[in-house]
Design a binder for this molecule. Sequence first.
Ligand code: NAG
Ligand code: NAG
Ligand code: NAG
Ligand code: NAG
Length: 209
Amino acid sequence: MIVVVALLLSLLTQAIVAQDTSLAKVKEAFDVVNIPKDIALPFDPSFLLEVSLPQTTGSAIVLRAGVQLPRNATVGPPSFTLVGHDIGHGPFVVATVDPDAPTPQNPNISEVRHFLGGNFVSERLFAGQATLTNTTAAVSDWLQPTPPTGSDAHRYIFLVFRQPQGFNDQVLVDATTPRTLFNISEFGAAVGLRNPIAGTFMLVAPDPA
Ligand SMILES: *[C@@H]1O[C@H](CO)[C@@H](O)[C@H](O)[C@H]1NC(C)=O
Ligand SMILES: *[C@@H]1O[C@H](CO)[C@@H](O)[C@H](O)[C@H]1NC(C)=O
Ligand SMILES: *[C@@H]1O[C@H](CO)[C@@H](O)[C@H](O)[C@H]1NC(C)=O
Ligand SMILES: *[C@@H]1O[C@H](CO)[C@@H](O)[C@H](O)[C@H]1NC(C)=O
């Protein structure tokens, strides 16, 4: 009886707390699927990142690190919230990369840059929570995941960085730069991004045939 009640309580809690509440768990989720090594960036977040994907019916989906979503739930564009203390006003850079293109087994066109935008500023929602609002157009607008038929699910990794001085003058990437063969680690080193302060990721598989 006690075991059943405990199980029910734990299921209930999981159902209610869909998004992440623990930095350690997000970090662990990154480590388990080898993201820091695969994108050549240390991941030791200071804040939780809530990525919301709007849905045509019903409320937006807020990612939990590592959640798998059907492709048709990822039309976007995503919006971003940081959770934690002393977030600061920004500005921030947000990037989304796929290190698994065209397939996780042979990712030879990776990374694919699904989003890159600077000049996000934080607007305090309430204590310890701030929405990020872009104050300029993105460098690369949101590109919906499209893993090719036959591929395993890809990892789509969202990262937030503190924006370095001069970011708006970078000339490495603009709207015409190919999305493929991007390298967030090299790009970051070149423009002075340092390590991400927050992140999360989702898995998306090809549409069912
Ligand atoms: C996505 O596709 C599934 C299966 O075809 C369907 O049940 C669901 O309603 C679709 N969702 C959206 C957001 O279109
Ligand atoms: C990636 O690998 C595939 C399969 O080996 C090959 O056909 C393709 O030419 C490679 N593409 C690039 C950009 O290296
Ligand atoms: C913020 O991003 C959206 C989506 O790309 C864009 O439509 C909008 O113009 C941007 N806002 C500003 C102030 O540039
Ligand atoms: C990206 O650049 C880093 C640093 O140069 C390198 O270690 C890593 O292998 C590169 N990743 C890819 C996918 O080429």
